[in-house]
Design a protein around this ligand. Structure first.
Ligand code: SAM
Length: 293
């Protein structure tokens, strides 16, 4: 059903601002950092065996905060080995942020960076047409598969880009998070369009199983403080509400009945818990690690 609401992604600066607020109000990156510290070293332990250069590909890397932490773990495992880091990112603003981060980062001596200002499907078309089938030792897609039209095709393509011993790491919201009931109940009435799919890690696991891929999943606990979403007129609360609904200026533009139902459900135990007067949304994530064939 076409709700007439505008996708948040159609207003790029509003999207970037609401994503920044989401990161500020959630433990999204902290729980990824904990995973990178505790689990990633084991996952990447054999990706670079006997290689003079380790090839890494980041899809939808944003401004690279998580990428650089993962690169540091690869460097720690293979000190002095060159890393060729390719990044596919359609937002010029995010690429600029990534370049600024790299310029300020110490210890990136053996790492080269190449940015492709493209979507994942544009990248796929280009490398297929040019027959540039580089194989990668580590590919990651962190919180980006929502924005891809053909998810099974994308998984199949990037899995085929893995070198022997290579790993494809995917992070998405967990099927057990507060996002899943929200999208299930309201996905049809929110701006579900070419730009955003309401897909969870549970859906990805089913797709991978049906293609016979070998993979493991890890659950990450994460919270998001959404208390401000319930304060009418609070600018940050409204941007967070936009992020939760993927809708541009949701409070102003949504039909009153839809707006009131969503605001009520966001407080419900299926989505959130209330602690010390704060409403804490369940932002649990899943990490899926796919093996090369
Ligand atoms: C939610 S952000 C995640 C950024 C980063 N991976 C992180 O976790 O901090 C999603 C990113 O995917 C990018 N993106 C959106 N559509 C894309 C597409 N079709 N192909 C590749 N990246 C895309 C966005 O520009 C944005 O940087």
């Amino acid at each position: 059903m076409d709700s007439g609401l505008r996708s948040l992604l159609s207003d790029h600066s509003r999207y970037v601002e609401s994503f920044r607020l989401f990161l500020q109000n959630s433990t999204e990156h902290q729980c990824m950092q904990h995973f990178i510290e505790t689990k990633l070293p084991d996952i990447i332990s054999s990706i670079g065996n006997d290689k003079p250069v380790i090839d890494v590909l980041g899809i939808g890397s944003g401004s690279g905060e998580i990428d650089l932490q993962m690169i540091a773990k690869i460097q720690a495992r293979w000190p002095g080995v060159s890393i060729n880091n390719q990044i596919v990112e359609p937002s010029a603003e995010q690429i600029l942020g990534y370049k600024e981060r790299v310029a300020k980062a110490p210890n990136l001596g053996y790492v080269t960076f190449s940015w492709h200002h493209q979507t994942s499907s544009e990248f796929e078309h280009r490398v297929t047409e040019d027959k540039q089938m580089t194989k990668y030792d580590f590919i990651h897609m962190i919180q980006m598969l929502y924005y891809v039209k053909d998810v099974p095709g994308t998984l199949k393509f990037f899995k085929s880009c893995l070198a022997p011993n290579g790993k494809l790491l995917i992070i998405l919201v967990s099927g057990n998070s507060g996002w899943a009931p929200l999208w299930k109940k309201y996905g049809q009435r929110l701006p579900l369009n070419d730009l955003c799919l309401y897909v969870t890690a549970g859906d990805i696991a089913e797709m991978l199983s049906s293609m016979g891929a070998r993979f493991q999943s890890h659950e990450l606990q994460s919270d998001m403080d959404i208390t401000k979403c319930f304060i009418e007129g609070d600018k940050n609360g409204e941007l967070l509400l936009d992020f939760l609904t993927e809708t541009c200026d949701f409070r102003k533009n949504a039909p009153a009945e839809l707006r009131d139902q969503i605001i009520c459900d966001l407080k419900s135990p299926r989505c959130s818990t209330t602690k010390d007067g704060k409403v804490i949304f369940n932002n649990n994530l899943s990490v899926i690690v796919v093996e090369a064939d």
